[in-house]
Design a protein around this ligand. Sequence first.
Ligand SMILES: N[C@@H](CCC[C@H](N)C(=O)O)C(=O)O
Length: 284
Amino acid sequence: MSIQFTKMHGLGNDFMVLDGVSQTLPETGPPWPSDVLARLADRHTGVGFDQLLLIQPAHGDADFCYRIFNADGTEVGQCGNGARCVARFVRDKGLFDGHTLRLETHSGQMQLRITDDGLISVDMGAPRWQLDQIPFVAKAEADSYLIVAGTNAHEVSAVGLGNPHCVLLVENVDQAPVAEVGPLLSQHERFPEQVNVGFMQIIDRSHIRLRVFERGVGETRACGSGACAAVVCGQRRGLLDDSVSVQLPGGTLQIHYAGTHITMTGPACAVYDGVLPYPDPVCP
Ligand SMILES: N[C@@H](CCC[C@H](N)C(=O)O)C(=O)O
């Protein structure tokens, strides 16, 4: 048996997208065991991706169910760039012909809108600041926290967006210690489910530069939920306006938040269609 997939990306955050609506795949659990999935994610011996996205029929009142697996094989609750690619995928493949789409995820329902200029706007919901909803261990909720990791203390903001994020302010994002501090904070014991770590340089009140060390992946060229996290954390500290351009290594996202729901707008791109033997891929 074989399985079809599509390689896609949102600003260089890249995905293997599987249609579990027209193809038969396990309804629960991952499409492959996590070790196989991690091998498929490998850029030298597999397809190569940051996340695998699985589209399935919705269980409740939504158009599709959207599931997300990191490159290390773990299933997670949110991926903003991935959501835009799912919207592009279901339209391109003729699975959906509307302009507004509702996706069911492990962290709630998302609404997406395909705009006239071909970009996709995603309602990313409201930021979750409560410690147990991030989750993060601290005595009390605050705008920022000091975390000791290695030999240094880092001042971070923490927020949940259906997945956990922390954000550090840096002077110059090009020189930020993403590869050193990213893994230390990502796996810090005060984040019981680990965390995505954003390094934010503020250019002015409506422009930031951002690099993100993603949980379960490493540094990616863009992180949609990370961009939203950086903006709401910057706003909470009084540093940013309602509408912010977020410049990531892979390109720019527009984020808007004025106290209700966060909106993220950006592109989604299909690269190629492929086919793999299923359930056992060729290279063990
Ligand atoms: N690339 C993403 C986030 C993917 C999930 C993340 N690595 C996690 O473990 O929470 C995005 O665009 O939001």
